[in-house]
Design a protein around this ligand. Sequence first.
Ligand code: NDP
Length: 312
Amino acid sequence: MKYNRLGRAGLKVSELSFGAWITFGPQLDLAATKRTMRLAFDRGVNFFDNAEAYGGGEAERLMGAALKDFKRSDVVVSTKIYWGGKGPNDKGLNYKHLVEGTYAALERLDLDYVDLLYCHRPDDDTPIEETVRAMDFLLRSGSAFYWGTSEWSAEQIEGAHRAAKELGAAPPTMEQPEYNLFNRDKIEREFAPLYERYRMGTTTWSPLASGILSGKYDQGIPKGSRLDRVEWLREYLTPDKVAKTKKLAVVARELECTTAQLAIAWCLKNPNVSSVILGASNEKQLEENLGAAAVRDRLSDDVRKSIEALCA
Ligand code: NDP
C-alpha cells in the first residue's frame, strides 16, 4: 500500500481508504464493522471516512466502537458536517451547526478529535467568511487537524482560500469529490488549477459508482444489492453504463483481475488523487477491492487510455 501526502499537508493517507456510507449499520453490524476495519487496516489502510449524516449518526457510533481496538495515532479518521437533523439550525455550514455538529459527531465517535473534518456540501445560505471562521475555530481548539470540502465547485474552494487569507484563518486542505470512470470532469478538469495553486489534496468517493463498475448489474438488479435497497440510486443505472462495464470486463480478464479491481486501480493512477475511499458491504468485496493496489502497476498508459476510450 502506498501512502500519499494529503495535498500540501504533512499527513500521510493510504492510497486506499474505507468509508461507512449506507453500509455501516444496515449491512455491517458492530461485529462486521470490526472485522472489515481490521481487514482494511491489516492490508495497510490507515484512513476511515464517516459523516454525521450516515445512518443518522449510527455509522459514527459503530466506527467509534470499532476504533477502540486501534491505537489512535495509527489511524486517520474523518467526519463530515452538513446534514445534522431537522431543526432550522441543524443543517448547513453556519457557525452554530458546524461547531455543535462536530461536538456531537465526536461524542458519537467517542474521540477527542477527528483528523479530517469536511463541509459535506456547499451552503449558499451562509457567508463563506462565517464557515471559514468556524472551521478555523474547530482546528485551533483541537477538534480537528485539517478541514476540507466535499462536492464544492472550484470557484467555491477559491472563495474559501480568499476568505481564509483575509481572516488570517486556516484554509481548506482537501476536497472530497466523486471520481470514477463515469464521473471524471471535476477531478480532471475543473479542479486542475487548484492542485498547483493550493496543492489541494483529494479523497475521492464511489470508485465503483455504487457498485455498477463491478459488473454486478450487468444482468439486472440482484436482490439485496445497493440499487435493490436504495431506490433513488437506480436512475444512475443506464444501459450505456452497463454496456461500458461489459467492455471493461474484457480488459479485466486480459489483465487477470476483476472488473471492480480494474475500475479502482484506474482511480489510483491519477496523481492528484490522495486516497480512493472504498465501500464494501462484506469482507469478500473489501478483500477484492483492496487487491486493486496490486493491479495498479499492470495499467500501462496504453491500457489506461484504452479503458478511458471505452468509457467515454
Ligand atoms: P463504491 O462506488 O465502491 O460502492 C460500494 C458498494 O458497491 C458496496 O457497498 C457494495 O454494495 C458494492 N460493491 C463494492 N465492492 C464490490 C465488489 N467487489 N463486487 C460487487 N459489489 C461491490 O463506493 P461508495 O459509493 O460506497 O463510496 C465509498 C465511500 O465514499 C463511502 O463509504 C463514503 O465514506 C464516501 N462517500 C462520500 C460521499 C460524499 O458526499 N462526500 C458520497 C458517497 C460516498 P452492495 O453489496 O450493497 O451492492
